[in-house]
Design a binder for this molecule. Structure first.
Ligand code: HEC
Length: 139
């Protein structure tokens, strides 16, 4: 019975991270992927690979804020998976991890993109918040 349930779940979720069996891990990785994709959107505009689009850039920043806000809830269960890059230190330093997620959220919420010149500083600020967490809590 358990086997059948697991199999049908796996066949339902064949989008990104299809190799990740644990649905909790998959959800938190998907949130991080959204954050990464948003940073890529900004990065392309900074490099001139995409035309500056204030609304698209702001939407990307807003996505970062929303996923950062969701991170504490998504990461709270101490789950793992062979594909996960999350370090056990997260759950040993839970309050600090939450503080770092909130820092990213607050940073993103404080960013308003109105001109192409806003992109570089925005990426710098956001990037610092990514690094602060990844350096301690991600492989
Ligand atoms: C509060 C901590 C924290 C912050 C802040 C954070 N991350 Fe992460 N991130 C993680 C952890 C932990 C993982 C590993 C998750 C796993 O594999 O289970 C991760 C994984 C990722 C991944 C890989 C996702 C995948 O598909 O496996 C990307 C991309 C990523 N983060 C991008 C970013 C970017 C860009 C930022 C900043 C804008 C950011 N993260 C901010 C903790 C954080």
């Amino acid at each position: 019975m358990i086997f059948i349930t697991a199999t049908s779940f796996a066949s339902m979720t064949t989008l990104a991270h299809s190799e990740v069996a644990n649905p909790v891990v998959k959800a938190r990785m998907a949130a991080m992927s959204d954050i990464g994709a948003s940073m890529k959107t900004l990065g392309k505009m900074v490099k001139g690979e995409a035309d500056f689009d204030a609304m698209a850039a702001q939407a990307a920043v807003d996505t970062v804020a929303a996923r950062a806000e969701a991170a504490p809830e998504l990461f709270e269960p101490k789950e793992t998976d062979p594909e996960s890059e999350a370090l056990p230190a997260i759950w040993d330093n839970w309050d600090d991890f939450v503080t770092k997620a909130e820092a990213l959220q607050t940073t993103a919420e404080g960013i308003t993109i109105t001109a192409a010149a806003d992109l570089g500083p925005a990426m710098g600020q956001l990037g610092d918040a990514c690094k602060a967490c990844h350096s301690k809590y991600k492989e």
